[in-house]
Design a protein around this ligand. Structure first.
Ligand SMILES: [Zn+2]
Length: 352
C-alpha cells in the first residue's frame, strides 16, 4: 500500500540530532529480493495462567522464592542480575590501559499484570498508568541510592528479541554508570542548549508538528511519532510535551495521557500484521546522580526489530562494524502504514 507512495523511495542521509550521527535512508531498495532467514509469523495467544511460568502469581522461581498472588503489577529483584550487591567487591586488577570495578547496582523485573497473556496492547489505559507509576516509583527510589547513577527501565518483547517467556514484563537496571545512549543524548542536548538556549527534544517535537507527516498520536500532554531520523523501520518515540528529565516528574494528567498514547501505539503495532508485535522499548531519562539535567527531555523509544512481518532487520557491517544505521525504509511511509490501521485491537474486533 504505502509502497505506492512517492515517499517510500527516499534515498538520502538524515541527521540524528540526539545521537549526533548520520542515518542512511536507502528506502529505494526496500523491495530488493530476500532469500535469507525469516521468522515465524502470527502465533497463538497463550493462556491466562501457565503453571511452568516463573512470573505467574503463586509460582516458584528458580531462586526458590514463590511469587505472591499479586493482582496488579509485581516487582522483584532479578534472580539472574547483571549488576547487584553480590557482585565481587574486589575484582582482579588488569594491567593498564584496562580498568575494572565492581558491577554495582540493582536489576529488577516488573510484571505488568498477573495475566500471562495480557500485553500492553490489550490493557486498558488505567492499567498502563499503573505501570507508569511503577516506573516513576522505581526510578525515584533506586535513583536515591548512593551507588546508583542511572535507572534504565525497558521491555524486551517477543522471541525475536530473545525473550522466551511471553508473560508481559519489563526490566529495571539501576546502575553505577550512565548508559552510552543516554550519555550521548545528554551531551547533544546540553550542547544544543548552550548554543541556542533551546531544548533539543522540544525542537524535535516542533519539527514533527510542523511537517505532520509522521505523528501517530497527539493530545494536550503527549505526542508519539516515527522520528524523521528513525533507525528501525517502525521506530516510535512517545514523549510528554513538557520537558522533564525523569518520568517521576510527570503529573497525574500527563500519566493518564501517556498511558493512552502507549495503548494506541502498541495497538497499532499489533494491528499492522495482526500479531503480537515484538519490540525493544526503553525509557530515556537523565542520570540520577544529582546533576543539573534541565536540557534533557524524557521520552520512550520503541525499536521494533521487524521490517516485514517475517523479516528481521539485521545489524551488520554498517551498524555493528561502522556504528551508523542503514535504514531500508522511509519513516514517512512506515508512519503512514501505522496510521492506516485501526486503533481497536484486532483480537477485540474478532471478539476474542
Ligand atoms: Zn506467566
Amino acid at each position: 500500500m504505502s509502497e505506492d507512495l512517492p515517499i517510500s523511495g527516499v534515498w538520502e542521509e538524515r541527521w540524528h540530532p540526539l545521537r549526533e550521527e548520520w542515518i542512511v535512508v536507502a528506502a529505494h531498495r526496500q523491495d530488493r529480493p530476500w532469500i535469507g532467514a525469516t521468522v515465524s509469523g502470527p502465533q497463538i495467544s497463550p493462556p491466562d495462567y501457565v503453571e511452568s511460568c516463573y512470573l505467574c502469581p503463586g509460582n516458584q522461581r528458580v531462586s526458590g522464592t514463590t511469587n505472591p498472588h499479586y493482582t496488579r503489577t509485581y516487582v522483584f529483584d532479578n534472580d539472574h542480575p547483571c549488576v547487584g550487591p553480590n557482585a565481587p567487591r574486589e575484582p582482579a586488577i588488569p594491567s593498564s590501559p584496562y580498568r575494572v570495578r565492581p558491577a554495582q547496582g540493582l536489576a529488577r523485573v516488573l510484571c505488568y499484570s498477573p495475566r500471562h497473556n495480557l500485553t500492553m496492547a490489550e490493557m486498558p489505559p488505567d492499567l498502563i498508568s499503573e505501570i507508569i507509576e511503577v516506573w516513576q516509583q522505581q526510578t525515584y527510589d533506586l535513583g536515591q541510592r548512593a551507588e546508583v547513577n542511572h535507572v534504565l527501565c525497558f521491555e524486551n518483547k517477543g522471541e525475536v528479541v530473545g525473550v522466551s517467556n511471553p508473560h508481559p514484563h519489563g526490566q529495571i537496571y539501576a546502575t553505577n554508570f550512565v548508559f552510552k545512549t543516554i550519555e550521548q543524548e545528554l551531551q547533544a542536548s546540553q550542547r544544543y542548549h548552550n548554543e541556542t538556549g533551546r531544548t533539543l527534544f522540544a525542537e524535535i517535537i516542533s519539527a514533527e508538528q510542523a511537517t505532520n507527516l509522521r505523528i501517530l498520536y497527539e493530545d494536550e500532554f503527549t505526542i508519539a511519532f516515527v522520528p524523521y531520523f528513525a533507525r528501525y523501520a517502525y521506530e516510535v518515540y512517545v514523549a510528554p510535551k513538557r520537558s522533564v528529565a525523569h518520568i517521576h516528574a510527570l503529573r497525574p494528567q500527563e500519566i493518564a495521557s501517556l498511558a493512552r498514547a502507549l495503548q494506541q501505539i502498541t495497538i497499532r503495532f499489533d494491528n499492522l500484521w495482526q500479531m503480537s508485535f515484538p519490540y525493544v522499548m526503553a525509557l530515556h531519562q537523565a542520570p540520577t546522580d544529582g546533576g543539573d539535567y534541565r536540557p534533557y527531555h524524557f521520552f520512550l523509544a520503541f525499536h521494533p526489530p521487524l521490517r516485514r512481518s517475517t523479516v528481521l532487520k539485521y545489524l551488520a557491517g554498517p551498524e555493528i562494524g561502522g556504528g551508523n544505521f542503514i535504514s531500508d525504509t522511509s519513516p514517512e511511509a512506515k508512519a503512514a502504514e501505522l496510521l492506516a490501521v485501526p486503533t481497536i485491537h484486532y483480537r477485540e474486533s474478532r471478539g476474542e
